[in-house]
Design a protein around this ligand. Structure first.
Ligand code: FAD
Length: 270
């Protein structure tokens, strides 16, 4: 017999775990399936002030603050002329939330997943949803998932919420996925130690360095880690050879304002 539930959530990233927690809190019978095991690496480390409202709703603000660096604003640096301009969130229109955090996503996503379980969602890690059939029987969908030991599990939810992120589980299967030709970018990134950090009131700011054919993020994380990534359109990557690590190293070398901050840096991620 399939496991019945009100809502089956595909994916235990921030969206899926938040939805599962809030639905379970309202008395819904929720199953949350995540194909990986937390904590697991994920990109997307620099949060925005309005995330705080969601963390408050989930009751996890202090936990997020504990794992992150305080982020009071953002700076934009021109690689061309070497000048920078800073924007403090304190000058934003909404004065309720004037700062945010930068977090290792492995830890943030684990906190949110655990919160979903604490609110009553039935959570499973290492469980990949492989098949979804809408309106199978009794007004319920049929969902198949493969658990950690390889066994196929069957679910019969009233609703299915696709929070599979970049995997776009349902859009792939329904053929409804469309690419945006105007925004055809890709990114290479890594974690480093020993990158020059900003000081004083700009400590904790995310730095966005604008280069000729793309831009870099420098996101200060705890423990002297700096997340560094380069985002470029197709032309920035065309004809390149080597690993993504080589490519990132080349791009850093070609961007004076980034290279200058990374003279003594050491890559600490794979
Ligand atoms: C290069 C880059 C840099 C970024 N930087 C930032 C940033 O600085 N700040 C920011 O706010 N955002 C950033 N983002 C965006 C951010 O990563 C996403 O908005 C965020 O992760 C989306 O959360 P989500 O829960 O929707 O999806 P995800 O975080 O991708 O979570 C989806 C989850 O679903 C699971 N899953 C997928 N398929 C299945 C399946 N079939 N069965 C079970 N589980 C499944 C995955 O394992 C994953 O855990 C960045 C994105 C990119 C690509």
């Amino acid at each position: 017999m399939p496991t019945e539930c009100d809502i089956l959530v595909i994916g235990g990233g921030p969206a899926g775990s938040t939805a599962a927690a809030l639905l379970a809190e309202r008395g819904r019978d929720v199953v949350l399936l995540e194909k990986e095991h937390h904590p697991r690496f994920h990109i997307g480390e620099s949060l925005l002030p309005l995330n705080t409202a969601i963390f408050d709703r989930l009751g996890v603000r202090d936990q997020v603050a504990d794992i992150g660096t305080h982020k009071p604003g953002a700076e934009f640096v021109s690689d061309d002329i070497g000048k920078a301009v800073q924007f403090s969130f304190a000058h934003g229109l909404d004065k309720r939330f004037t700062s945010s955090w930068q977090v290792p996503r492995a830890q943030l996503d684990q906190i949110l997943f655990q919160t979903a379980a604490q609110r009553g969602a039935r959570t499973q890690e290492g469980t990949k949803v492989t098949k979804f059939t809408p309106g199978a029987a009794n007004g319920r969908a049929a969902v198949e998932a493969v658990g950690p030991d390889g066994t196929v599990q069957h679910f019969a939810p009233r609703y299915v919420l696709d929070a599979s992120g970049r995997d776009t589980f349902m859009a792939n299967r329904s053929g409804s996925k469309q690419s945006n030709k105007q925004n055809n970018t890709a990114a290479v990134y890594a974690h480093f130690r020993g990158v020059e950090r900003r000081s004083g009131e700009h400590e904790g700011y995310i730095s966005v360095h604008l280069a000729e054919d793309g831009w870099f993020w420098l996101i200060p994380l705890p423990d002297d880690i700096m997340s560094v990534g380069f985002v470029g359109n197709a032309s920035a990557f065309k004809g390149r050879t080597g690993t993504s690590r080589d490519l990132l190293t080349q791009r850093i070398g070609a961007a004076p304002t980034v290279h200058d901050r990374m003279r003594h840096a050491e890559m600490v991620s794979d």
